[in-house]
Design a protein around this ligand. Structure first.
Ligand code: AMP
Length: 174
């Protein structure tokens, strides 16, 4: 019996977006208000401990989890987006994938020097995306106060990419 309602709703989609990947589909969680209350409450409890000045959400499922957390804490929300999506002046960080690289971006004025930042995404896999988001925060002289994820794929050892950061996850798959 899963501890969280959300865990029972996460759906495995085999071979998406490519063969061999089991995609953790969280859309049934998003569609269930009781499950969303549950996960947002839990992330907010963690967030209150790390006392962020701002929440950074990673495109795109990090937006739908990060934004309600930011509203509850009454702090601002900053999007980290994939290459070419943000309209204003921005900084970029590249990170390695199994084949090739990805780039994430943040507006240059998104974080003020000294601000404490909570990074939020739906899922921690290898940790490359969240680590790149952390580097963006640090280039703007922010401090990563914590990282929160709904799902952790433990077998990909994403925490190793985030050794300098406090990491909190709600649902763990080995
Ligand atoms: P990573 O940088 O490897 O930690 O990958 C994390 C990002 O990729 C997150 O934004 C996730 O939404 C997405 N992601 C990676 N693997 C999966 C998966 N198996 N199921 C769903 N999303 C995934």
């Amino acid at each position: 019996m899963p501890e969280l309602l959300a865990e029972s709703l996460i759906r495995d989609v085999p071979d998406f977006p490519k063969p061999g990947i089991i995609f953790k589909d969280i859309t049934p969680v998003l569609a269930n208000p009781a499950a969303m209350h549950e996960i947002i409450d839990k992330i907010c409890q963690y967030a209150e401990r790390v006392e962020p000045d701002v929440v950074v959400g990673i495109e795109s499922r990090g937006f739908v989890i990060g934004m309600p957390v930011a509203l509850y804490l009454n702090v601002g929300f900053v999007p980290v987006r994939k290459l070419g999506k943000l309209p204003y002046h921005k900084i970029s960080e590249e990170y390695a994938l199994e084949y090739g690289t990805n780039t994430v971006e943040m507006h240059v004025d998104a974080i003020k020097s000294g601000q404490r930042v909570l990074i939020v995404d739906d899922l921690l896999a290898t940790g490359g995306t969240a680590a790149a988001a952390g580097r963006l925060v640090e280039r703007l002289d922010g401090t990563v106060a914590g990282c929160a994820f709904l799902v952790e794929l433990g077998f990909l050892h994403g925490r190793k990419a985030l050794l300098n950061y406090d990491v909190h996850t709600l649902v763990h798959f080995d």
